[in-house]
Design a binder for this molecule. Sequence first.
Ligand code: HEM
Length: 402
Amino acid sequence: MDPEQIFMGLLGPEGMADPYPLYAALREHGQVVSAGQGFVLVPGYEAANAVLRDLEYLVDDAAYLDDAFPGLRDHPALSAESLLNLNGADHTRVRTLMARRFTHRRVRALEPAIARIADTLLDAMADAGSDGSPVDFMREFAFALPVAVIAELVGAADWNRETLKVQARKLTAILEPFADESELAAADAAAVDLSAMFAALAAERLAAPRDDLASALAAVAEREPGRLSEAELIENLTLVLIAGFETTTNLLGNGLRIMLDNEPAADGLRSGAVLAADFVEEVLRYDAPVQQTGRRRRSPGVLDGVEIAAGDQLVVMLGAANRDRSRFAHPDEFRPGRADAGPLSFGAGAHFCLGAALARLEGSVAFCKLLARFPGIQAAGEPVRRKGLTFRGFEQLPVTLG
Ligand code: HEM
């Protein structure tokens, strides 16, 4: 198969069901593969890691979008003031402010809240499945836990979580390649609503600060607007919601699916022979919640022998890099605790995921509690995959609780 055919396959139902054989076919063409029309695919671990760590490769920032796609940023969903759309000094300025809220200590301080929320959700699951009928793990747990945890972190614990979930899902749609007009319109409406909600929250926290992200960022934006503009304040609060939500939801769903399919891994976790942290790390590698991200080359150059023109769009294929046999021994086998761990699932370099420690903690707490509470949990019918290529996970994952 030629690279274009493989890429088209990835975008279709075959790729959505199981992209890994297509990734392997792509890697046969090299670590870096030109797909024509200014697109370059990066399925190899070494090359993907290098791109993410090299400041020659940029994210699409406001100046670039205004130049290349005039008017695009009029869409509220695409206004591009968040960390994911900042390069260089602007990125460092905002990231430094935000990183203070994601220190090891602060993440650890969220553990009791995570445990409390997980217990409440497991109680509700137990009620729903008490007569032996199937329960949808995605709806009852995997969608609910991350959004509640982020609400705690940001300072929006008393907001309606269902509203947050629905709005965040609509906005997340624009992170997929080829979002259609109706998805874009829904994302715009969600962006407007979420901006209004976060602006109101920031104003409240400015008047009466608490120990949360909204209070910390609102204070900086008010006192030192040169360090954080109003737009950056609102967009980065929104970013934390959408960046930490479906990603972690997919980690939970993908992990449970592996647990249900892989008896030895589940037994190991139950008996304590497999550490929860190792299990989570291997889920992240084996079936990455975020399969790809994008970069643009600043000036012409060569990457792994492939010529790249200025402005070429690179598709950095995290899910493919995680199965690269030149980096991982037996990459298609699920081996928690592997000596060569180190997936690219949270990215690398300047934009490395700010919430990685939080997501890992949520995963460890959730899988331990789930197995302790429902040792006989089993699959109950075929799961339904969510649509899309960037995010990989399930829409529905029915289980019986045993
Ligand atoms: C399993 C769960 C998660 C996965 C797989 C994940 C994945 C990623 C990836 C791949 C990136 C880098 C994107 C790029 O370089 O283009 C990223 C960035 C980011 N993530 Fe996560 N993420 C997860 C959970 C979270 C959580 C829980 C939060 C916050 C509560 C969060 C907040 C962020 C933020 C703010 C960025 C932007 C960092 C920057 O641009 O400097 N993520 N994430």
